[in-house]
Design a protein around this ligand. Sequence first.
Ligand SMILES: [Zn+2]
Length: 117
Amino acid sequence: MSSSKPRKPVERFLSFIPLAGGRSALILHVGKLTQGYWISEVGSAIGGRGFELEKVPTREGVKEVYHVHVSADGASCDCPGGTYHGHCKHANAIRKLMERGTLPPAGAGALALPVAA
Ligand SMILES: [Zn+2]
C-alpha cells in the first residue's frame, strides 16, 4: 500500500499597497514564507516598463534590489532565479499586478528617464 500523502498545493498570494511618492509596498506570500518589497517604477531605456524591487527588511549591510522589466514578450528579472531559470516570483508578481490593473499605468508617478533627442 502506498503511504504517500497527497501534496498540498503551495498557497501563493500577494498584497500591493500603493503609497504616495511613487513608491509602493509589495508583499509576496508563498506557502509559509512572507517577503516584503519596496517597489517603484524606474522606467526603461529599452521600451516596456521597468520596476525596482527592494527587499525589506534588508539584512544588515546587504541591500537586495532586483529589477523587473516588462515588455510585450513578458517579464524578466535580474535576480538569480530570473537570470538562471527565466522565471521568478518577482516577475510573476509584477505581471499579475499588471494583469489585474493594480499597478498604475505607465507614466503615472513614474520617474521618467531622460531621453536623448
Ligand atoms: Zn526575480
